[in-house]
Design a protein around this ligand. Structure first.
Ligand SMILES: Nc1ncnc2c1ncn2[C@@H]1O[C@H](COP(=O)(O)OP(=O)(O)OP(=O)(O)O)[C@@H](O)[C@H]1O
Length: 266
């Protein structure tokens, strides 16, 4: 994303709030997975969502991406209600989720994988749709190269995805997400399973990406959470227990209690 595009998008965000939930609730039968959550995500910030197992973090992401429709309550993205919208429409509007599971074609190169994503955005071509032809691919390729550079994979652009290291494959996932030109990127445990070196590189990459894109992370590693977050939202048993800066969260007795009482994810 270019700086001018980012500026233009940021200017459209009222009060600097890019995503807002209001009394958001999701029930699965008798179970309330997300319970009356009102949360604001500021444009340009890194927000980490933390909480013990089963706290509702993934369900919250699934509500943001349209995988689940809210039972009650609202989700507004740049002022527009998106609760219950189709996943594809939500991606198009600017919310993209980066998956921790591999979500690309092993037999294609890194560049080809990202190019499918840039092509999907610029020409309507969908990954997996190899039959229809939608005209020129120079621009998508150019964009794909730029995105690979952004995630420090330019050197391995022509290597098959199958032959990338674990850390590189995870960065390729991030590249594919960025290729959709998101305004808000949701990342689910971006450093899970990584070596300390890969973790360090990924944390660095996340802070670089945050210059262009608003980020919301689900992250279990408290060192990373405290290190990179502007804001932390703590969930417990579906509810938003606390929200604040890393310093505020560290000092919050309710948070300590929830983690000690409810068991942590580690
Ligand atoms: N599709 C579903 N159907 C029924 N129950 C669900 C569904 N998805 C989640 N749940 C339940 O909702 C609650 C919240 O789950 P969720 O996965 O959102 O928690 P989480 O905070 O992401 O946990 P973890 O850190 O373990 O991934 C859990 O009790 C879970 O079993």
């Amino acid at each position: 994303m270019t700086t001018s595009t980012t500026d233009a998008k940021a200017a459209e965000v009222e009060d600097g709030i890019v995503l807002e939930t209001e009394s958001l609730t999701k029930k699965f039968g008798a179970l309330t997975a997300v319970d009356d959550v009102s949360l604001q995500i500021e444009s340009g910030s890194i927000t980490s969502i933390i909480g013990p197992n089963g706290a509702g973090k993934t369900t919250l992401f699934n509500l943001f991406t349209g995988k689940h429709a809210p039972t009650t309550g609202n989700i507004r993205f740049r002022g527009n209600e998106i609760g219950g919208e189709e996943p594809h429409d939500i991606v198009t509007s600017g919310i993209v989720r980066s998956f921790q599971i591999t979500n690309f074609f092993d037999e294609l190169t890194a560049l080809e994988n990202v190019r499918l994503a840039t092509q999907a955005r610029t020409t309507g071509f969908r990954p997996g749709d190899f039959v229809r032809h939608h005209g020129g691919i120079e621009r998508p390729i150019e964009e794909a190269r730029r995105v690979l550079e952004q995630v420090h994979l330019a050197d391995v652009a022509d290597r098959q995805a199958a032959n990338l290291s674990y850390g590189q494959r995870r960065h390729l996932e991030i590249a594919i997400s960025l290729a959709a030109d998101p305004e808000l990127l949701l990342m689910d445990e971006p450093t899970a399973g990584m070596s300390p070196e890969e973790t360090r590189e990924t944390v660095e990459l996340i802070t670089e990406i945050a210059a262009d894109v608003t980020l919301v992370l689900i992250e279990h590693d408290m060192n990373i959470v405290m290190d990179i977050s502007d804001r932390i939202a703590v969930m417990n048993k579906g509810s938003l227990l606390a929200r604040g800066t890393p310093a505020e969260i560290q000092d919050d007795d309710r948070v300590q209690e929830a983690y000690l009482g409810g068991g942590s994810d580690e």
